[in-house]
Design a protein around this ligand. Structure first.
Ligand code: MLC
Ligand code: AMP
Length: 503
């Protein structure tokens, strides 16, 4: 993967590869030299083959360089959301047993304690102001490094994705998964010389880390780099850019900027949305304001990108409300619960097969087997249909999942934390529509006999334990939860009851 990206660097290594929102400029030569130095540092640690490098740091160009250096050195990158707190990190580090952990200096105390307990030998710091022990140590290493060869089937990254039962699973992605997907997207999305990408997404998930970074680097394209999404700043820099990638919340927030108009988007070639459903209102409003039709695509940690609306009009129009066609080389089909084929246009479970599909869940062969069909297709857990023209539409999910601002929240995990609080008898977390985040979690809780509960106090307690995006936006205490005749909580009734909460 790294060799392919490196081969795409432009001939003029002194031209700008990344420009940050704070005015720093990194040349292609800088990228090459810095990744060599970090790769040499990692190699000097004499780590066993296949070692995981777990990283929980704020977004910075150096964090991206650490990712690229890990590929370059032949190790396995393990990105972690900066919102994760100690219980979450303890699980990931305990499960993945990384040889190296990189964290912010602010979190060094508690993260290093967790890491050393799990047997990690090396803990470095990396801050978003180009300081920390990782860079200080890398500075002593040579800026030349022979790329460590990797086979298509070798692991390149483990991306944790929450499980329906509460426990996260590490999706193992290979160099072949990543490179095949990046090459298909380069072609399908029509990347051209002189493209400039605005990079405004976090870099600990598939969207910002793989789709955006690989897209720009594999085309030798400059990135305008935002450490944090800032709608005003992005609209201000838009006239210099040609490609933008975002989750729907980013589009909603940019639409609230008066400066967003056709003139701001005059050089833009392509706006891409994914990770969560894009509302048709957003799709239409964006077209009216900028003259551009957003291209919606569909992906997952386990499969990177699997479908996309067409870029080239000769392949068809970009249809709002759909996620387009299976990407070239990727098989997508819809199956009924019993595994049988469904007629064209009918709803069923979406399954996928192709060179983009991951190798399995880290240390979970059973789970891996469960998620694949006997004939080798991966069950996405999304529910949808494919029409006679081949457009895929996602209509729902069979997995109990809430997608909030592009982040996944698994109700079972949050409910587990709520149920452990004193006085709580049981709880249900449901997703309700939200104008900014698309969907947010709302908790409905019952008390143990004699206990007095307060919804706001429950939310406050959760904030100390869980990543912020998983915290329910509201919590209601009720007498009892609605149940069906089988005794199962009727979440659909709860969702219905609260659907107007943020309208
Ligand atoms: C932040 N908050 C959220 C939230 N993000 N609440 C619910 N859902 C979210 N996604 C809350 C915080 O808890 C906090 O609440 C308050 O908002 C401010 O926090 P912040 O960190 O300052 O928020 P902000 O920077 O505004 O972040 C919003 C965002 C961010 C939309 C920019 O969530 C984001 O970057 N989302 C993108 C996620 C992404 O990249 N997904 C790709 C996954 S890959 P309080 O109460 O503490 O004030 C994938 C595959 C694929 O899905 O197909 O791509
Ligand atoms: P993750 O596990 O974080 O990779 O999230 C993957 C999930 O995000 C998918 O299984 C879908 O449910 C959802 N998703 C991604 N892209 C889209 C999209 N364009 N529309 C609707 N849902 C999407």
């Amino acid at each position: 993967m790294f060799a392919a990206l490196r081969a795409a660097f432009p001939a003029d290594l002194d031209s700008a590869a990344v420009e940050t929102d704070s005015g720093l400029v990194y040349s292609w030569r800088d990228l090459d030299r810095a990744t060599a130095m970090i790769a040499n540092l990692l190699r000097a640690l004499n780590l066993p083959a296949g070692s995981r490098i777990a990283v929980q740091v704020e977004k910075s160009v150096e964090a991206m360089l650490l990712y690229l250096a890990t590929l370059r050195a032949g190790y396995v990158f393990l990105p972690l959301n900066t919102a994760y707190q100690s219980a979450e990190i303890e699980y990931f580090v305990g499960n993945a047993e990384p040889a190296v952990v990189v964290c912010t200096s602010r979190n060094f105390g508690w993260v290093s304690k967790i890491a050393f307990k799990a047997g990690t030998r090396h803990v470095f710091t990396l801050d978003d102001d180009r300081t920390g022990s990782l860079l200080a140590r890398a500075a002593h290493h040579s800026d030349r490094h022979e790329v460590v060869p990797a086979a298509a089937d070798d692991l390149a990254a483990i991306v944790y994705t929450s499980g329906t039962t509460g426990r996260s699973k590490g999706a193992m992605l290979t160099h072949g998964n990543m490179l095949s997907n990046a090459q298909v997207l380069k072609d399908y999305w029509g990347w051209v010389k002189d493209d400039v990408l605005i990079h405004a997404l976090p870099i600990f998930h598939v969207h910002g880390l793989f789709v955006a970074i690989h897209g720009a680097l594999l085309n030798g394209s400059k990135m305008i780099w935002f450490a944090k999404f800032d709608p005003r700043g992005v609209v201000r820099r838009m006239p210099e850019a040609t490609v933008f990638m975002g989750v729907p919340t980013l589009y909603v927030r940019m639409l609230a900027e008066p400066a967003l108009d056709r003139s701001a988007a005059r050089k833009m070639r392509l706006f891409i949305s994914g990770s969560a459903p894009l509302l048709i209102e957003t799709f239409n409003e964006w077209k009216a304001r900028t003259g551009h039709t957003i291209l919606e695509r569909y992906g997952m940690s386990e499969t990177i990108m699997l479908t996309s609306n067409p870029y080239d009009p000769k392949d068809g129009e970009r249809l709002g409300g759909t996620v387009g066609f299976p990407l070239p080389g990727v098989g997508v089909r819809v199956r009924a619960d019993d595994g049988n084929e469904v007629p064209v246009g009918e709803i069923g479970g979406i399954q996928v097969k192709g060179p983009n599909v991951f190798k399995g869940y880290w240390l979970m062969p059973e789970k891996t087997r469960e998620e694949f069909t006997a004939d080798g297709w991966f069950k996405t857990g999304d529910v949808g249909k494919i029409d006679e023209r081949g457009y895929v539409t996602i209509v729902g999910r069979s997995k109990d999942l809430i997608i909030s601002g592009g982040y996944n929240v698994y109700p079972a995990e949050v409910e587990g934390y709520i149920n452990d609080l004193p006085g709580v008898a049981e709880s249900a977390l449901v997703g309700v529509p939200h104008p900014d985040f698309g969907e947010v979690g709302v908790a409905i809780v019952t008390a143990k006999p004699g206990a007095q509960l307060d919804g706001d106090a429950i939310v406050a307690r959760l904030k100390a334990q869980l990543a912020n995006f998983k915290i329910p936006k509201r919590c209601f205490v009720v007498e009892e939860l609605p149940r069906n005749s089988m005794g199962k909580v009727q979440k659909n009734l709860l969702r219905d009851q609260h659907k107007q909460l943020f309208a």
